[in-house]
Write a protein that binds this ligand. Structure first.
Ligand SMILES: [Zn+2]
Length: 279
């Protein structure tokens, strides 16, 4: 009995010592860490640019057979239910979205399996808006990429590469944006296969983005850029907004796709963190 009491007392003592130690460590770390966190704030002195379009019933989407417009339905109201609540439905490849590696290849990474570190990276913007103004079928060539690198230095390893084609000027006019001819062929700019291969294989880009419906040019019959990107385990970003607000280099990108289990892609919030007070 006596020994049972002393064991209990000893146990209580040990618990108290642990509690004190934890509290002290907690206080010490709270006091020590806070200034470091403040000093290392990755968002300090950064301008955050939203590269995402808002979703609504007019939002452009891939014009495939069973694809449908974005739908938002009110399922409860403040007046009747005391709460406002809505339901959404949309194809994965609508509006600003990500194409997962399993979209065009038998890759194990459906959208929710893309490791988070793949979704953060230095950003670069290549610009073919001048030639795309003359030719809707213009593509980013390997020579364009080489010229960009001659001007700005090599594309950093693990970059999120963004292609500015100027196509966002048609965003609110779906017919003009997809630019379908009488034969049903689409006409909008994109990456060439050679440029995509170089960016993915030689420069280890994490993803290729664009301000049109597809990283392949609209008139491409067989989607070589999608195959190159997805076969390498990389992703595409389509209908990316506000690329004209970004510098060619010197910023970071955060890509946040909806975590759809087994999804081939999905609606995605994309942010750019630009050094300084912004444009
Ligand atoms: Zn897509």
């Amino acid at each position: 009995m006596k020994s049972a009491v002393s064991i209990t007392l000893a146990a209580v003592g040990i618990v108290l010592v642990i509690a004190l130690a934890v509290t002290t460590a907690w206080n010490r770390s709270a006091a020590a860490v806070a200034p470091e966190v403040a000093a290392g704030n990755p968002f300090a002195e950064r301008t955050i640019i939203d590269l995402t379009y808002a979703f609504n019933s007019n939002t452009p989407y891939w014009p495939g057979d069973r694809y449908t417009p974005f739908k938002l339905e009110t399922i409860a109201t403040l007046e009747q239910d005391g709460v406002l609540s809505k339901a959404i439905s949309l194809p994965e490849h609508l509006g600003t979205h990500l194409d997962a590696p399993n979209h065009f290849e038998r890759h194990p990474w459906s959208v929710e399996k893309i490791p988070p570190q793949e979704l953060f990276g230095p950003g670069v913007v290549m610009d073919i808006s001048l030639k795309a103004e003359q030719d809707a079928d213009a593509v980013l060539t390997l020579a364009d990429v080489r010229a960009w690198e001659a001007a700005h230095g090599p594309v950093p390893d693990g970059a999120v590469v963004l292609l500015h084609t100027g196509w966002s000027r048609f965003w609110t006019n779906y017919a003009r944006y997809k630019n379908q001819d009488a034969q049903g062929k689409l006409h909008f700019p994109g990456y060439s296969a050679e440029a995509a291969k170089y960016l993915v294989d030689d420069r280890k880009a994490k993803g290729l983005g664009i301000d049109t419906l597809s990283i392949d040019a609209g008139n491409s019959p067989d989607f070589p850029v999608h195959h190159i990107v997805n076969a390498a385990g990389k992703y595409g970003l389509e209908n990316v907004a506000n690329l004209g607000q970004l510098p060619p280099t010197g910023f970071h990108v955060i890509v946040a796709p909806m975590k759809i289990e087994g999804g081939s892609g999905g609606p995605t919030r994309i942010f750019a963190l630009v050094a300084g007070e912004g444009p």
